[in-house]
Design a protein around this ligand. Sequence first.
Ligand code: HEM
Length: 121
Amino acid sequence: MTETLYERLGGEDAIAAVVDDFYDRVLADEQVAYYFEDTNMQKQRAHQTQFISSVTGGPVEYTGTEMDAAHEGMGINAAEFGAIATHLEETLAEYDVPEGDREAVLEEIAGYRDVIVTASE
Ligand code: HEM
């Protein structure tokens, strides 16, 4: 049987560790950190772990809000989306995830770009 991307990433525990470091990077980046000022980061980390696990083919249910409603009214622009995606890419690289798998994760995430990005500038 072919391994899923989820399995190659190391499963839910490994993804949770990536997500933890990913949000450390996001919160250290003043371009986007302010978005999360009133966010419960424990819940955010848990939901993001579920989300990435499920879109990479894991047997994990995402129990958070759908991507369009979760980001509605935030006015996120393309540059901010790019900054967040880059933090994820760099964190995956730090965890020695090979380039092909990093690209595959980013491709899954890019599929939600149009519902998350609602501002032109
Ligand atoms: C790169 C793709 C992205 C993915 C996969 C993603 C994923 C998620 C997920 C899973 C949640 C949790 C929703 C819930 O708990 O019900 C969430 C919430 C949130 N996202 Fe994103 N997101 C992305 C991009 C962004 C960007 C670019 C920003 C801002 C620059 C952003 C800001 C937020 C904020 C502030 C919340 C939390 C709202 C709250 O306090 O409840 N997200 N996102």
